[in-house]
Design a protein around this ligand. Structure first.
Ligand code: F6R
Length: 247
């Protein structure tokens, strides 16, 4: 694993955006695996800025997102589809038909997951997968205990995740209890992986991920088995990492 230290969130975002930008410049029809959450927002902002400066062109890029809540339509403000359009897609020149996100409003889980696995295969696999990491080591919605051999599947959210999400939903709105997520096998199939992390709260789990045992109890630890992983993290998130592992 290559570990790159950034000063702060802005620096992490710029460094990671540089890696994505290089990928798109070297292979304009790249398949980018994308993530939601707070970590990648700065990356998307930076890429939008470079797009406006005509430094990067997304016209031939294809994207696949990691996950989506079951039961939410793409126009629901809590959906990951909505997030991606607000924070990235609506501001760049990627054609709508090149964007792929699991359909949260498809209640037929088996059909939806089969379709999504087929999409990833038909695209020829993922060139670069962007990942955030949960405090418990989850990647995508693969929570501790997730089997390493799964592709896209439907997960039941843990009660703590449901409770944490409840604050984003108004009275009368149903908080999702399930999500579609790429599995660990789908993620590990990506040719390159870019994991980002910032803030003190991520320091312990980042250390576990890189230096701990490879175990489903820490889903991100499986990344030790991948041959092209780059971690870009700020100094707070790297505060527990042995210095000799950092570039
Ligand atoms: C997002 C995702 C999650 C997040 C993780 C970190 O699509 O799959 O695994 O990457 O929960 O979230 P943040 O970035 O909000 O700390």
């Amino acid at each position: 694993m290559k570990i790159i230290k950034a000063r702060d969130y802005e620096d992490m975002s710029r460094k990671a955006a540089n890696i994505i930008s290089a990928q798109v410049i070297l292979k304009p029809d790249s398949v980018l695996g994308l993530a939601t959450g707070s970590s990648p927002v700065g990356i998307y902002r930076q890429l939008i800025d470079w797009y406006h400066k005509e430094d990067i062109d997304f016209a031939r890029c294809r994207t696949v997102n990691l996950d989506e809540y079951v039961g939410l339509t793409p126009d629901n403000q809590q959906s990951y589809a909505y997030f991606m359009h607000q924070n990235f897609f609506d501001h760049i020149n990627i054609p709508a038909e090149n964007i792929h996100i699991p359909h949260g409003d498809n209640r037929d889980a088996e059909a939806e997951c089969r379709w999504y696995n087929g999409v990833i295969r038909a695209l020829g696999g993922i060139d670069l997968q962007l990942l955030g990491i949960g405090l418990n080591g989850h990647i995508g919605f693969n929570e501790p205990g997730a089997a390493f051999e799964k592709e896209t599947h439907c997960v039941r959210l843990t009660q703590s995740t449901i409770d944490a999400n409840a604050r984003f939903f108004g009275p009368g709105e149903t908080v999702p209890t399930h999500a579609y997520t790429m599995g660990i096998k789908s993620i590990m199939g990506a040719r390159k992986i870019l994991l980002i992390a910032n803030g003190k709260a991520k320091a312990d789990i980042l250390y576990e991920t890189v230096c701990g045992a490879i175990t489903p109890a820490v889903p991100a630890s499986v990344l030790q088995l991948h041959n092209d992983v780059t971690i870009v993290a700020d100094q707070e998130a790297l505060s527990k990492m042995p210095g000799e592992l950092i570039r």
